[in-house]
Write a protein that binds this ligand. Structure first.
Ligand code: HEM
Length: 415
């Protein structure tokens, strides 16, 4: 056992511009050569093997509360309001608060049963696709992959139509910081996150007052009403977790739709198989999640010394578990760099693992299944718009991975 951290400075491997286009070659190298790597430049351990990632996510010695450590590293109080809100999100809290928050949110979710949303999502999918019929063209990200999950989650939570554009902007600003802060905090993004939190707080206080007087059939009303052992969500918890639901269920689902379709376009034989047998769609959606995972990595904080592969992760160390690298680990998946929509035993980690497993997984799956079923059923061909093929670059976001634009030409089945 090594008693000191082995400092293997390899440059900012996870945080380097070339990672935007293809992180998988770097993940492979890390997984094979240095699966438990101390990266001095990130001030964090980087874990890339499936078993290690699953182990850390399942072990209560690795805390989800990264706020205090992030705050200490900032050397300024300026972002305290932002970090304070984040600290009330269920994704940041450990036991016993996590179980309390999670069961309150689950109770609220039970009021708005996922299956009941099927016809609404299906209708929205149809409307979006109908919008492409006249020209036979669309920019898939802007015209479909963004609006479908966005409109659905805004409606599910209970944001009135007139406020949706503004609320999306606030959530996007917050999500950029909330998903990246423990590994990489961009000051300009943090500033925007800060003002968005203040404005959203004011907005939400008004909405809560309205819904208390006149409850409606939506998640926010349910969150206001739910109670467990005589305790309700405090106003900070309500704000933080509403923000969490809106942001967590938004950009991640956009990534799944956009990256999933891109994967099919790059693997035409798989696209054809899916057209020939639509019953494969649920399996294909799982494969998209594994193959090009929307959330590339998550952070945890060690609360005790833990030995892993002859290294000692010290109490207080930050650990990045790279879900996207684990999902391509050949020790777990056969031929992991191949897209295989018929893959069975696909226990990927794209929705996390253990007690923080994604609350919205069933919802995200349902939405993606309905979207791919309809897209393939209503078209006889989906092709990249050749003139714009060189626009296929990824967003400047190290953690949330998605293509910026996906211009398409569609041939409709009946035309
Ligand atoms: C493809 C879409 C999605 C992906 C890839 C995704 C991914 C994830 C991951 C990896 C986690 C674990 C975080 C951790 O362990 O620290 C998580 C948690 C969470 N997700 Fe999702 N998510 C998606 C969609 C959604 C949707 C649609 C919602 C809400 C309707 C949602 C709400 C949440 C919440 C509230 C948590 C925190 C759970 C907890 O900490 O106990 N997600 N998600």
């Amino acid at each position: 056992m090594t008693s000191a951290k082995i400092s293997q400075v390899q440059g900012k491997r996870l945080i380097a511009p070339e990672m935007h286009e293809d992180p998988y070659a770097v993940y492979r190298e890390l997984r094979d050569a240095t699966p438990v790597l101390w990266d001095e430049s990130l001030g964090s351990w980087v874990l890339t093997r499936y078993d290690d990632v699953a182990f850390v996510m399942n072990d209560p010695r690795f805390s989800s509360n990264r706020i205090a450590a992030a705050h200490a590293s900032l050397r300024t109080d300026r972002y305290r309001p932002l970090l304070d809100v984040m600290s009330h999100r269920m994704s940041e809290v450990d036991e016993p608060d996590h179980t309390r928050l999670r069961s309150l949110v689950n109770k609220a979710f039970a009021h708005v049963a996922v299956e009941q949303w099927k016809p609404k999502i299906r209708q929205r999918v149809e409307e979006l696709i109908d919008g492409f019929r006249e020209t036979g063209r669309c920019e898939f990200v802007e015209d479909f992959a963004i609006p479908l999950p966005l409109l659905t989650i805004l409606e599910l939570v209970g944001v009135p139509a007139a406020d949706r554009r503004q609320v999306k902007q606030w959530c996007d600003d917050f999500a950029l910081v909330a998903l990246n802060f423990y590994a990489y905090l961009d000051e300009e993004q943090a500033e925007r996150g800060l003002s968005s939190i203040a404005e959203f707080r004011e907005y939400l206080e008004g909405r809560i007052e309205t819904l208390r007087r006149d409850p409606q059939d939506n998640l926010l009303s349910a969150l206001i009403a739910v109670e467990q052992d005589g305790r309700r969500l405090s106003s900070d918890e309500l704000l933080a977790n509403t923000f969490l639901l809106l942001s967590a269920g938004n950009e991640t689902s956009t990534c799944l739709l956009a990256n999933g379709l891109l994967a099919l376009l790059r693997h035409p034989a798989q696209m054809q198989q899916l057209r020939d047998d639509p019953s494969l769609v649920p399996q294909a959606v799982e494969e998209f999640l594994r193959f090009d995972s929307p959330v590339q990595y998550l952070g945890r904080l060690a609360t005790a010394d833990v030995e892993l592969r002859s290294q000692v992760i010290r109490k207080g160390d930050l650990v990045l578990v790279v879900l996207a690298a684990a999902n391509r680990d050949p020790r777990r998946f056969d031929d992991p760099d191949a897209l295989n929509i018929r893959r069975s035993e696909n226990h990927h980690l794209a929705f996390g693992h253990g007690r923080h497993f994604c609350v919205g997984a069933q919802f995200a799956r349902l939405e993606a299944r309905l979207a791919f079923e309809a897209l393939l059923q209503q078209t006889s061909e989906i092709a990249l718009d050749a003139a714009s093929a060189d626009e296929l670059s990824h967003q400047d976001n190290y953690n949330i991975r998605r293509i910026k634009q996906l211009p398409l030409r569609l041939t409709f089945a009946s035309s």
